[in-house]
Design a binder for this molecule. Sequence first.
Ligand SMILES: [Ca+2]
Ligand SMILES: [Ca+2]
Ligand SMILES: [Ca+2]
Ligand SMILES: [Ca+2]
Length: 495
Amino acid sequence: MAPALRSFSLDNIPSGKLLLALLTGALLLTPVQALQLKATTIELAHPANGSVLRLPGQAVLLVSGHNHEFRWLSRVDYANNSTEQIALPVQVQFFQPATLAGHSGSQLVAMGQDALWHYQTDTKKWRQLTSAPSAYPVTDAKRMLELEFAADLDQNGLTDFLVPDFRALQVLMQQKDGTFRTYSLPIAAQMQIFQKDPDFLLKTPRQVDFTLDGRTDIVFNVDDSLWVYPQQADGSFVTTATVVPLGLGLTPDVQAQQRGGDGRSYEGLTITRLERLLDLNGDKVTDLVVQQQHYVDVMEQKYSYRIHYGRNDNGKLVFPTTADQQINTTGVQFDVQFADLDADGRLDFYTPAADIGISKIVSALLTGSASVDWLFYKQQPDGSFGTKPVHRQEVDVGISLGSGQFNLPVTAVLKGLDGKATLLKAEDDDTLRSYAPVGAKLFSDKSTRQNIKLPKRAINLLVNDLNDDGKEDLVLPFGAQEAKDQTNQLTILLQ
Ligand SMILES: [Ca+2]
Ligand SMILES: [Ca+2]
Ligand SMILES: [Ca+2]
Ligand SMILES: [Ca+2]
């Protein structure tokens, strides 16, 4: 794709605006600070097609992968460019970093079957941390993935764990001596059957200070209400839910569950879900985002987001029943993000969006490629997000008929020392374009290029300040289906 350079035609500009146009033109043509990333490649003994996370405070990445038969987990020391594989007992399914009493530095922990496990780096052995029956009573032998089941809920410096089972969420609060106090918060999974095999949908526990006392509570969304389990002053959890009706018209759970064969028409169907509970405008009060999925028919959908800014009403968190703001998007979204991209303290909104009409699918299959638009909306001082995106980038998604894979090329935002993000986008297999931060439009229309070998299938990228210098860096995992000498590796790009 050609660089998005602006051209100016003087004939079309009224004379009074000429000087301004020339000045603006001069500003746009001023070269932006080019972002030069320093690339290092680390070879792995397996595909990096699972999850990547960093052990906080250490120059260590944990990288998982799998093929049609096996799964692997590697510990990568990126200061010394060395890797070692971690043997996986049959019980473990998900991993996380954690701070544990009596152990210095971030530790690798895993959840699965009926326990939490701790990997001891010195002896290379797993030990059972505590028993914790879960909604994963058997293991998927071809997957080892990251899952957010660890958080310091009471801010005592030790990691606590959230382990779901089918009828409750077990909250395991880690004590100073390394033991756990467990609180069982009732919440049922949704189960659906097609024939005899069950599918379970677990309710997402949302960590929010709902009671406005500075302590993190656990909140679930059930139908058009919230089930709130408050954390008390001593770090214990109330195990009976306070049910808070929302009055936002959220679709009842049983109707929101979409299953072919229900005999429902998709024409004109609207499904309204709780998308997010988080503080969007930086006033320390949790806000609520609703996603509305509107079907024109089974193939064509439109998404919009409604924002209800939370208010502190005499010590009670309340959401207005009429949305304060709305974000209208085009196409179907699959990975919406809220992040402050320009360091003004207000979270901005961005998402990849795809058009999946039937004609688009046919042409995608015929040509082996489809396009996805990245849409960026900036939050304005009044909490609105504008009527259209302030920045838009189109990327081509390759479709491999051989492997059945969709290849989404590298796209990432990396923050610099000033907290402002630069947008990175793959132009082709070995050219990365960067779009520098600029005021109201978030990213410059102009870009600079750098030659770096890039994965075709860029999912599970890790953005992290790997060398703790205040600037975010990027980890690119490569799986088994990349170009010949680029399979099974990581590329680290330091800013
Ligand atoms: Ca804790
Ligand atoms: Ca707020
Ligand atoms: Ca912002
Ligand atoms: Ca850095």
